[in-house]
Design a protein around this ligand. Structure first.
Ligand code: SAH
Length: 232
């Protein structure tokens, strides 16, 4: 059974977008995963197909209505659907590689993309939406965040990445940032490739890479080191 993604959005034309090319696009064509983008507006019941309304209590902007969104969710993810239901949200738990791995190991995802000021709290509560953030900044809508999440998940699906090994050595996979990379030419604008990398001594190369990983992590992301007490 392939990984199945359903995205609820007011802009279905944004999908597959960037996920239609390269690795993800080929995997989509090959049926390694499937993607449907559902127009939330199709579940509105009034003549104007209204999906939003003014915030209770006043204030700027609009809020996505609970009833319309719930109808869309129930249609696409009826009781018994084992896929997690995610809501892209700056208020959510920050997305991590650990969560990405868990999602990739599962049957798929249902993703709700917010717009305006966000969605009515009651649909989050009653439909068990897991709020996920892609960082401490505000997007104009959940769609780019959904594309980011799916990109990270899809590349981990079996058979999507040609070189399976490279996945294990990447930033975050061992709690560290990745070491620097070099390739030909040997000299670029007067700068040489570090000698150790062309020495052929695999033990020394591994030690150099490890040391560089730790140095970069210490400089740039001390928070990662704190979370991984194995690395000093
Ligand atoms: N008023 C909200 C921001 C709404 S932005 C607040 O202050 O929290 C509109 C929509 O964009 C959100 O509903 C969400 O779906 C999406 N979005 C914005 N920033 C995001 C982020 N960092 N991660 C994930 N989704 C985000």
């Amino acid at each position: 059974m392939s990984f199945s993604a359903s995205v609820l959005t007011l802009y279905p034309e944004m999908f597959p977008g960037a996920l239609g090319v390269s690795l993800a696009g080929r995997a989509l064509e090959a049926g390694t995963w499937s993607l449907e983008a559902i127009q939330i507006r199709d579940f509105a019941s009034d003549r104007h197909r209204t999906v939003d309304d003014t915030p209770a209590g006043g204030g700027a902007g609009m809020v996505m209505r609970a009833d319309v969104l719930a109808k869309a969710i129930d249609h696409i993810s009826p009781a018994g659907d084992s896929r997690p239901r995610l809501l892209m949200s700056p208020r959510g738990k920050p997305l991590t590689q650990v969560r990405v791995r868990e999602l990739a190991a599962g049957p798929g995802v249902v993703i709700v993309c917010g717009r305006f000021e966000g969605v009515d709290q009651r649909v989050i509560d009653t439909r068990g939406l897991e709020e996920i953030s892609i960082g401490d900044f505000i997007l104009s809508g959940g769609e780019p965040a959904a594309l980011v999440l799916l990109d990270a998940v899809v590349r981990l699906l079996p058979g999507v990445m040609g070189n399976v090994v490279s996945g294990d050595e990447e930033s975050f996979e061992n709690g560290l940032l990745e070491h620097p990379h070099y390739t030909r030419p040997q000299e670029f604008e007067g700068r040489q490739i570090p000698k150790v990398l062309t020495s052929g001594n695999h033990k020394k190369i591994a030690a150099w890479r490890r040391a560089e990983s730790e140095r970069l992590t210490r400089e740039r992301r001390p928070d990662l080191l704190a979370a991984h007490p194995l690395v000093k």
